[in-house]
Design a protein around this ligand. Sequence first.
Ligand SMILES: *Cc1c(COP(=O)(O)O)cnc(C)c1O
Length: 374
Amino acid sequence: MGNFSRDPILLTPGPLTTSLATRMAMLRDWGSWDSAFNAVTGMVRDRLLAVVEAAGSHVCVPMQGSGTFAVEAAVNTLVPRDGHLLVLVNGAYGTRLAKLAGMMGRRVSVLESAEDVPAPVAAVDTRLRDDPSITHVALVHCETSTGILNPLAEVAEGVARAGRRLIVDAMSSFGALPIDARSLPFDALIAASGKCIEGPPGMGFAFVRRDVLERCAGNSTSLSLDLHDQWHYMERTTQWRFTPPTHVVVALSAALEQFEAEGGQAARHARYARNCEVLVRGMEELGFRPFLSSGVQAPIIVTFHAPADPRYGFREFYDRVRDKGFILYPGKLTQVETFRVGCIGAIGPDEMRHAVNAVRDTLVEMGIRHAGPA
Ligand SMILES: *Cc1c(COP(=O)(O)O)cnc(C)c1O
C-alpha cells in the first residue's frame, strides 16, 4: 500500500481533488457576523453570477448543504404550490429531482428517456403543447449518473416559446460547460461549491431571475429551504440567514480566484476535455468500453462497462486502484454493470495517465485479460 503521505486523487464528481491553495484557505476561523466574512460572501455571489453572465438579470442565492439542498430549495421556492412541474429524466439526478418535488406536494410529471439518450427536445415541445397545466420544466444539464450531456439550449428555447418557466440542475456542468444567461432563458440554474469550480463541498447556490424571485414569497413549504427568504435576509443584512459554512465560503472564494486566473470557463472546459480524452483513449487501449457514444459524452465523468471477465469484482478493483492512489466511483445504472471515472477537479492529463496505469496494473494483478464487456 502506497501513499503514506499523499492524499489519493479523487476521480469522483464531487467531492473532488482541490488545490493546496483552496485547502489552505480553510485554515482560518471566521465569525458569521463579521463584516470581513460577509464581504467574502458578497464577492463570491458576484463572481459566481459573472461565470454565467447573469449579473444583469439574475441574483445568486447561496444555500447551506450539498447540491440537493439547493435544488430542493429552488423547486420549493419557484414552483407555486398549485404549479405543475415537468421533469425530464434520463438518469438518477432527474429521478431525484422529480421525487423531491413530489415530496414537497407539487404536481409532478415525468418525461423519461433512456439513460444513453439525451432529453428529447421535440417530445418536450409536444408535451407542453398538449398539457397547458404544466407551469415549469426541470432539466439536468449534465446527468452525472452517466455523464450524458442534455440539450440545454434547445430545451430552454422550446420552454420559453411555450411560455413556461425553466429550472436547470447544472450541478456538474457549471464552470466547465458554456452557459450564458444573456442568450439562454431560464428562471433558475443551480450548482454547488464542490464540483467544477473545484471548491470543497458544503454549499449550493441558485441563479434566480430577479423579477421572478421577487414574486416567490410564501411559496416554500420549508423554513430552511426557502430561497426567497434567504435572499431577502441576505440583501437586508449582508448575512446568511442561518449559520453559514464559513470555511467552505472562503475556500470557494479562493477556488474562484484560481478559476479566473486559469482563464475561466473556456480554460476549464479545455482542461477537462483533455482529461477526458486521455482517460478514454487510455482505457480503450486496455479494452474498456465507454457506456455512452462520444457524441453525447460530456467531459465531466465517464461511465465504463465493467469487464465481463469472471475475475472482475468492483470492490476488489476499487480497493486495488485506491491503494495505488486513485479513487474511482461506482456505477449508477440499473440495467448494466458499470463504474465511473471523473475528469474534474484540480487534476490534469498527467493524473489521468497515471490513473490509467494504475488500472492497467490492477488488471494484471487480478488476472483480467479482457477488460471489455460481454
Ligand atoms: C452532484 C449533483 C447533485 C447534487 O448531489 P449532492 O449529493 O446533493 O451533492 C445534483 N445534480 C447533479 C447533476 C449532480 O451532479
